[in-house]
Design a protein. Sequence first.
Length: 320
Amino acid sequence: MPDTIFVRVYEGRLDLLRAVIGGAAGTPYHDGLFFFDVHYPSNYPDTPPLVHYHAHNLRLNPNLYNCGKVCLSLLNTWSGRKDEMWTPNKSNMLQVLLSIQALVLNTKPYFNEPGWASSAGTVHGEKSSQKYNDSTFILSCRTILYTLKNPPKHFEDYVLGHFRLRAHPFLLACKAYIEGAQVGCVVEGVQDVDEGQTSSSSHFKSEVGTMAGNLVPIFIQKGAKNCEQFVCLGDAFRLAKANYTNIFKKDFYEPVQDQVAAAVSQALPFGHSHAQYQPFHYSAAQFMKADSGASKKLKPSGFTSNIHPTFFKGCLNFVK
C-alpha cells in the first residue's frame, strides 16, 4: 500500500472493507480525502468487488457519480478493452485502489469523460479542462469540510491526523489560487511558474476565499498549526478586488478637499441649506498636519452645527 491509501477491514465481516485515498499533489484533489466502501460478493474473485464512493451528493469527477457509483472498466461498471476489464485470478483490490487514485483522481479529470477525451491538447480542450479543475477544487473543498465535520466511523483519528499535517500547505495553495495561480500547480508552497501563468476567473477566486474562510476555523479547532495567518483569507480577495482594482488610475483618488467637503456635506443636519456653510479653505498639506484635537480649527466660518470631534478624527485618519 502507498502511504496515500489507507484501508480498514472488519474482523467479523471479511467481505467488507473501507478505504480512503488521499488526493495527489498536482491534481485538483490535492490534500483531500476520498472514502470508498467495498463489498466482496460470494463469487469473488471471479467477479469484481462492489465499490461505493462517499459522494455527499457531489459530482467531482466524471467517474464518480453523486449517487456513489464508481465508473471503472476494472470494476466492469464501464465498457473497455478486454485487458482493462476484471480478470479472474489476475485482478485484485489493490489494482482497483491504485486505478482510482492514478486514473480517476488525476491531473486533468475533464478528459476522463469519453466525449471530451479527443479535445485533449487543443486550446478549447485545455481551457475547458482548467475551468473543470476550478470547479472540481471547490467541490473537493466542500468534501474536506464535510469530512472534517462528519468523519467516517473508525477513521476519526486518521482524518484528524491527516488535516493537522496538510492544513497549512493546503491553505498556502488556496492563497496562491486567489492570487492567480492555476489549480494543481502549487506543491508544498512552491509554485510551478509555467503552469501558474494563467489566472483563473474572479468568481473562482472568490469561491476559494469563501471555502478557505470556512475551513480555517475548523482546521485551527482540530489542532492544525500555523493556520492563524489565513483567518482573513476569504475577505482578503474581496477587499483587494474592491479597493485596489483601479488603484493606479489617475482619477482613482479624489482631491483631499473634495473628500472632506463630501464628508461634511453628508453630515449636515436636516433642515439646513448647504448655502449656509462656507467651504474649507485649507490646503491638503494643512489638513494632513492637523490632529484630532484641531477639529474646531477645521470648522468653516459660520458653521454653527455641533458635529462631534470624532467625526473629524475619522476624516483625518481616512486621508492619512
